[in-house]
Design a protein around this ligand. Structure first.
Ligand code: R5P
Length: 257
């Protein structure tokens, strides 16, 4: 791995623990002003110091993030359809030049394995990796799950492995039963997306299980910013990811106001 690529990736996945707490706030790129992110700046500002990296679109970086913050930025560079359309109909929306201008530490896009446009999203990933490697920019592949797709280890394992084979430098996917099988079959770091909001203790249990089963951290959104205590929740997640805290201790951290 070239210096630039490795150096950028180290801003996301921290070498000290080999793990990352990414805060996903890109949901508006197809969902609009979703619950908790209507005012992204207000939501994210108090969370920044506990996040290693933001997963975010360029429009929200420009309008809502303090450029003096030292949080790493992983830029979502795919988009197209809204929640009203065919979600797999994505294309690359943000150039590598823009990612460099915004001092991004990585770029990310979704692949839709098993969906209508799976082949196009995989080809887009290949093109993005080709371009990103020219500039030492790590690529995160997000294994999006279409409405009718399962979330089992077989499906997510297939999607993660395909992403790695095409050249993604790290992969984001959902937690599932036998998650370790997904990690085992994927030669690049796997970070766990949180998915829909669930009770805090369950989200912390899911995080702890993912870490035990080999995840390199989380890229979590709704279970943090839709929590009744987002700062407590990100601190609790951080304690599990970077310090191996128990669910009990993490829940205590979340509960502190
Ligand atoms: C979804 O397409 C987005 O990429 C989110 O970044 C991802 O789902 C993680 O956020 P959450 O933890 O809310 O699922």
């Amino acid at each position: 791995m070239d210096f630039g690529l490795k150096n950028r990736l180290s801003r996301i996945i921290k070498p000290r623990t080999g793990k990352t707490v990414m805060l996903a706030v890109d949901h508006g790129y197809f969902q609009g002003p979703t619950t908790g992110l209507r005012d992204l700046k207000k939501t994210v500002s108090p969370l920044l110091s506990n996040a290693d990296c933001l997963f975010i679109t360029r429009g929200m970086v420009r309008t809502s993030i303090d450029p003096r913050s030292d949080v790493a930025v992983c830029l979502r560079v795919s988009g197209g359809p809204s929640i009203l359309g065919e979600l797999s109909n994505e294309d690359i929306t943000t150039s590598m030049e823009e990612a460099l201008r915004l001092n991004a530490a990585g770029v990310g896009m979704s692949i839709f394995v098993g969906s209508k446009n799976e082949d196009r999203t995989i080809a887009n990933l290949g093109r993005l990796v080709n371009e990103a490697e020219r500039y030492g920019m790590p690529v995160l592949a997000v294994t999006a799950v279409g409405k009718e797709m399962g979330r089992d280890a077989r499906y997510l394992g297939l999607a993660c492995r395909m992403a790695a084979e095409i050249g993604a430098h790290f992969v984001k996917t959902y937690y599932c039963k036998d998650f370790y099988k997904v990690v085992e079959g994927c030669p690049v770091p796997v970070v766990m997306a949180g998915g829909k909001k669930i009770p805090e203790r369950e989200a912390l249990e899911m995080t702890a299980n993912a870490i035990k089963e080999g995840a390199s951290g989380v890229d979590m959104g709704r279970n943090i910013f839709q929590s009744d205590n987002p700062v407590g929740m990100i601190r609790a997640v951080r304690a599990i990811v970077h310090k191996g805290a128990s669910v009990h201790d993490a829940f205590e951290i979340y509960s502190k106001r």
